[in-house]
Design a protein around this ligand. Structure first.
Ligand SMILES: Nc1nc2c(c(=O)[nH]1)N[C@H]1C(S)=C(S)[C@@H](COP(=O)(O)O)O[C@H]1N2
Ligand SMILES: [Mo]
Length: 524
């Protein structure tokens, strides 16, 4: 038996192909809107864009991630999400074409993308449950049905070819409108969810510290225009994390669990439990290992919180130097970030904190509300877990935390560094006295000396602002008699242990950049 020869089909007109692309984009948009609505009901982080974006971040090789942070800075996540949307739009156009070419094929393709989104959502380390697969699946099913239907309006039926374009445009317009309504509903549902968290933050009254705050010495802040302020305002404090959706946690429901190797008494603490403990305040400088020499990922704030070491002792933890079996403390956040810190560092007498206040207000959501960790002297990725909810005692042999798995060093004390804030690189200046100024830091060791070199000249000693202790940065300045021409200015710091910042340039991986900040200026 031979099958009848296929009827010669008219090739689709350019208009039909254009409209099929429109159908693809409208169906894709509706799929996302439905998926985000379901996600708002299930878990906001289970939405396809967030889930695929999160997987993309985790699968991105470390050097590329590095590059993205460096190139796009704090908009790296926006760039990633825009990138995903552009890719999705292209895919949607192709699916529309495909559906026109063969009925059902585009719809099937859209379903396949739904499965990818579902797998990404359900296998995220922070996946809540199998229900995380739902948003992508339901969204894709809706999108596939719509694509099939919309392109159906387009392919001419015998006897009614003329009306097809208008029918299609009506259907596509109605679909886009409905999808916009669904998206708005999803957004308002999501906003409702974060309301409890926002209300709980508004309710927090920071307790007065039980120990008097060591008074900040006068003169930590120089009167120099263009220098980084000694205390970084919260709104200017750098932000580095992997969270595509900033976690918004209701402090009233927050719990911190302390458990693991060598814990003789497991603890589960509420936010109020923390407030009821002896409260301390400390000025601490926090910086990111991804900060290049001269880079912006550093800030200094006054933090309010409780001593982490006291809590650990209460749980029966002993540091390795006292025979404790655990040498690594792994902090886990609500978004399943894991941050590994040496137990010895936390318990050696420095003021490692569980902090809930930043510069006099409850922690901003972006900086870890309700509670984060801070350990003076360590880069953020090995100490400063935001949105913390669990502390597990373990060993460095037994467990690699997130960044260690991604090629960064497991242990990373802060390196001695300095930065020229003013003048700016490439500045044009007038000849005469120019104030060169900036900050230098070496948390735990403190800054003893800062020197500036002009061109190949001798190192000149800068004047230092008052020190606020070893754990904060220190401002410095030098009056320079600028002469006409092109000049380079280089800074170097010497820390409290007498060690001078090395000139050897290394990248930020695996444990922080070295080298000296140099700027070029032109004097006329
Ligand atoms: N939950 C969570 N905590 C985190 C991170 C993160 O990605 N997730 N990033 C860490 C890194 S790399 C740094 S440098 C600091 C930055 O803190 P900030 O954003 O408050 O400046 O947070 C740390 N804590
Ligand atoms: Mo970092």
């Amino acid at each position: 038996m031979s099958s009848p020869p296929p009827l010669p089909a008219d090739p689709p007109t350019p208009t039909a192909r254009l409209l099929a692309s429109v159908a693809g984009v409208v169906a894709g948009y509706a799929a996302l809107a439905v998926a985000e609505l379901v996600a708002a009901a299930v878990r906001p982080e289970a939405g396809p864009v967030t889930a695929v974006g999160g997987s993309a971040i985790d699968l991105t090789p470390a050097p590329l991630k590095e590059w993205a942070i460096r190139t796009f800075g704090e908009s790296d996540k926006t760039v990633l999400q825009l990138g995903i949307l552009v890719v999705l739009a292209v895919v949607a156009v192709l699916l529309g074409q495909w559906e026109l070419w063969r009925r059902g094929a585009g719809a099937a393709g859209l379903l396949a993308f739904g499965v990818i989104g579902a797998v990404a959502a359900a296998t995220r380390p922070d996946a809540g449950s199998a229900a995380d697969a739902l948003p992508s699946l339901v969204g894709a099913a809706a999108g596939a049905g719509l694509l099939y239907w919309l392109v159906g309006r387009l392919v001419a039926r015998p006897g009614a070819p003329a009306g097809s374009r208008r029918r299609f445009l009506l259907a596509a317009g109605a679909t886009a409108l409905a999808a916009t309504g669904v998206a708005a509903l999803g957004r308002s549902l999501g906003a409702n969810r974060s309301k409890d968290a926002e209300a709980s933050r508004a309710d927090v009254r920071l307790p007065r510290p039980d120990e008097p705050v060591p008074p900040r010495p006068r003169g930590t802040q120089l009167a120099v225009a263009g220098i980084s302020p000694f205390i970084t305002p919260n709104k200017d404090f750098y932000r580095v994390d992997t969270a595509l959706v900033v976690p918004k946690i209701d402090a009233a429901r927050w719990r911190l669990r302390v458990h693991g190797l060598g814990v003789t008494k497991e603890l589960t603490l509420t936010f109020q439990d923390l407030l009821d403990r002896p409260v301390i305040e400390r000025d601490l400088t926090l910086n990111c290992v991804s900060n290049e020499v001269g880079g912006p990922y550093i800030g200094n704030a006054r933090w309010t919180g409780v001593r982490l070491a006291d809590l650990l002792r209460k749980a029966g933890v002993r540091p390795p130097s006292r025979g404790g079996p655990a040498d690594q403390l792994v902090a886990r956040s609500v978004d399943e970030m894991t941050i590994g810190t040496p137990v010895e560092d936390v318990m050696d007498g420095r003021d490692a904190l569980l902090a809930f206040g930043m510069n006099g207000v409850p922690l901003p959501f972006t900086h870890g509300f309700p509670v984060r960790m801070l350990v003076p002297g360590l880069y953020g990725y090995v100490s400063a877990c935001k949105w913390i909810e669990e502390i597990e005692l373990t060993t460095f042999d037994a467990y690699d935390a997130y960044w260690a798995r991604n090629g960064w060093a497991a242990r990373a004390p802060v390196k001695t560094q300095s930065r020229i804030d003013t003048p700016r690189d490439q500045a044009r200046l007038r000849a005469g006295t120019v104030v060169v100024a900036g900050v230098a830091w070496a948390q735990r060791r403190g800054i003893e000396r800062v020197e500036v070199q002009v061109d190949e000249g001798p190192w000149e000693r800068a004047e230092l602002a008052a020190s606020d202790g070893p754990d904060t940065w220190r401002q410095w300045f030098l009056r320079w008699r600028a002469t006409p021409g092109e000049h380079t200015l280089t800074v170097r710091a010497t820390d409290g242990s007498g060690e001078t910042q090395t000139a050897r340039r290394t990248g930020t991986m695996p444990d922080g950049a070295t080298g000296r900040h140099t700027i070029r200026v032109r004097v006329e």
